[in-house]
Design a protein around this ligand. Structure first.
Ligand SMILES: *[C@@H]1O[C@H](CO)[C@@H](O)[C@H](O)[C@H]1NC(C)=O
Ligand SMILES: *[C@@H]1O[C@H](CO)[C@@H](O)[C@H](O)[C@H]1NC(C)=O
Ligand SMILES: *[C@@H]1O[C@H](CO)[C@@H](O)[C@H](O)[C@H]1NC(C)=O
Ligand SMILES: *[C@@H]1O[C@H](CO)[C@@H](O)[C@H](O)[C@H]1NC(C)=O
Ligand SMILES: *[C@@H]1O[C@H](CO)[C@@H](O)[C@H](O)[C@H]1NC(C)=O
Ligand SMILES: *[C@@H]1O[C@H](CO)[C@@H](O)[C@H](O)[C@H]1NC(C)=O
Ligand SMILES: *[C@@H]1O[C@H](CO)[C@@H](O)[C@H](O)[C@H]1NC(C)=O
Ligand SMILES: *[C@@H]1O[C@H](CO)[C@@H](O)[C@H](O)[C@H]1NC(C)=O
Ligand SMILES: *[C@@H]1O[C@H](CO)[C@@H](O)[C@H](O)[C@H]1NC(C)=O
Length: 397
């Protein structure tokens, strides 16, 4: 087995010779740790267990380590608390896998984690590839409980659990990754518990820099909304001046359309956007809106319907319009029964689709048609011009 793994890595190493990017190259996990800490604060054992934990640098506030806690860890929660009591900054990686702990609060003092490269391999430990920040198959776990964590500097953050009810990472502010990488940071949640909830603050800190993927269409917002420092949380029934966040869907209808001028500063909607049955002529009042995230697997993120005079829209700051993912094609945006202009010219539809970089699976419909199936204004006018041209030619002849 070992031999096969070794050969496999050898093959990868060989095939890497002709790739040029820095991304595919296998990297010695321990070199990174040795570069970042002095010897007293490096923990080079893997995984953490009854035999190895005595070597953990318990006095260091910054520790360089690939911490792996798994089903054979055999340490009690108290022993873990004592081991990690002074560690505020972890450089390396963290894997918590198949444990029986109900919470990760033994790491409650952790403030920052900075991961190494994505292809680090423990050459002295069976050539194991190290993870980045990964909590998987902890089937008793109800929360992460990382209450002091503010910064995650990792390319991947993954949580997979059948029992998690919330993250409880209330101070998370910043997810970023400083090493060269392709694509965006990915945060993956595979949570089977129907009662799982995310706070609005946690969701926002994730989507500001990362692509959030729900591998199970489960999750809702925890009530109430998280407090915001510089701003104001409103809902559809309390639209006042200075709102920066809308908690719950923003529904604009005949009764509250006069308040749309209060929405200029809104940056995020923790829910969907609905504009229904109004005589608005343009939707251009959401000028600061960056994120619409609807934790719903059926309703689209944006639904604009029955606005007969609505002939244009603009969302100049919008970057995310998401709902809970579904494996099959899922609808993110619907415009229907508005002014005919919007569906008689595919450029309106394409403008939104391209701005949001929607994939083939993420559908957008204008009066029941996808952008590709709407009339193209340019060809229509081209056809018209050719028609005139043809008439002219005929007349000339
Ligand atoms: C850790 O700190 C304690 C108390 O400050 C001290 O007694 C101990 O010697 C230190 N251990 C190491 C390994 O530095
Ligand atoms: C978390 O941070 C607070 C404030 O800095 C501190 O008082 C508390 O002891 C920390 N928690 C842990 C478990 O270290
Ligand atoms: C996020 O953290 C990184 C370091 O991990 C830092 O360089 C960056 O400035 C921080 N960003 C914000 C918005 O705090
Ligand atoms: C909307 O916000 C108002 C004022 O903050 C609050 O009283 C009301 O309960 C909220 N409504 C909903 C449905 O959350
Ligand atoms: C729009 O209003 C109609 C009633 O006029 C209602 O049937 C429909 O469900 C509403 N659409 C949305 C998305 O709320
Ligand atoms: C929209 O309808 C309301 C009545 O529902 C009316 O007072 C208002 O003038 C109308 N606005 C426009 C632009 O037609
Ligand atoms: C729509 O606009 C037309 C004029 O362009 C106006 O006559 C009509 O009353 C408007 N309809 C509504 C529902 O506001
Ligand atoms: C519609 O709005 C967009 C974005 O503001 C603008 O570029 C475009 O010119 C408008 N179209 C019309 C026909 O007014
Ligand atoms: C869409 O993709 C382009 C090119 O990859 C990128 O520059 C842009 O930031 C993306 N926009 C969004 C909203 O993700």
């Amino acid at each position: 087995m070992l031999k096969t793994i070794f050969t496999f890595h050898l093959l990868i190493a060989i095939s890497n010779c002709d790739t040029t990017g820095p991304f595919d190259t296998e990297e010695d996990a321990e070199i990174f740790l040795n570069e970042r800490c002095g010897p007293p604060c490096i923990f080079s054992y893997y995984p953490l267990n009854l035999e190895t934990f005595t070597w953990f640098p318990k006095n260091c506030t910054t520790v360089c380590a690939d911490i792996a806690i798994n089903s054979r860890c055999d340490l009690s929660e108290d022993q873990l608390v004592a081991t990690f009591q002074n560690m505020k900054h972890l450089i390396g990686s963290l894997l918590v896998q198949q444990t029986d702990f109900t919470s990760g609060k033994f790491l409650a003092g952790l403030e920052t984690i900075e991961c190494g490269g994505e292809n680090r391999v423990r050459r002295n430990t069976d050539y194991i590839s190290v993870s980045q920040f990964r909590w998987i198959y902890n089937d008793e776990m109800l929360e992460l409980g990382l209450t002091n964590l503010t910064t995650i500097g990792c390319r991947n953050f993954e949580i997979s659990s059948g029992s998690l009810t919330n993250l409880n990472v209330p101070n998370l502010k910043n997810i970023s990754y400083s090493l060269p990488t392709e694509g965006k940071i990915s945060v993956t949640l595979r949570i089977q518990n129907d009662d799982f909830c995310l706070t609005s603050g946690e969701l926002l800190s994730i989507i500001e820099t990362s692509v959030l993927e729900f591998q199970e269409p489960k999750g809702k917002y925890c009530e109430p909304a998280s407090a915001v420092e510089n701003g104001k949380v409103c809902n559809s029934t309390s639209l006042t001046d200075g709102c920066t966040q809308i908690f719950g869907s923003l529904v604009i209808g005949p009764d509250n359309k006069q308040f749309v001028s209060h929405l200029k500063k809104v940056e995020v909607i923790f829910g969907g956007l609905v504009v229904n049955n109004t005589n608005l002529t343009n939707i251009d009042f959401l000028e600061s809106l960056k994120y619409i995230y609807h934790l719903d697997k059926k309703a689209p993120a944006i639904q604009i319907e029955n606005n007969p005079n609505l002939s244009n829209f603009s969302f100049p700051s919008l970057v995310v319009a998401q709902t809970l993912q579904q494996v099959v094609a899922n609808t993110k945006i619907i415009f229907s029964n508005n002014n005919n202009i919007l569906s008689s010219d595919s450029s309106y539809c394409f403008r939104l689709k391209n701005m949001l970089n929607l994939t083939e699976r993420e559908r957008i419909y204008f009066d029941g048609k996808q952008c590709e199936n709407l009339p193209t204004k340019s060809t229509k006018s081209l056809a018209f011009e050719s028609f005139i041209f043809a008439i002219l030619i005929i007349k000339l002849l």
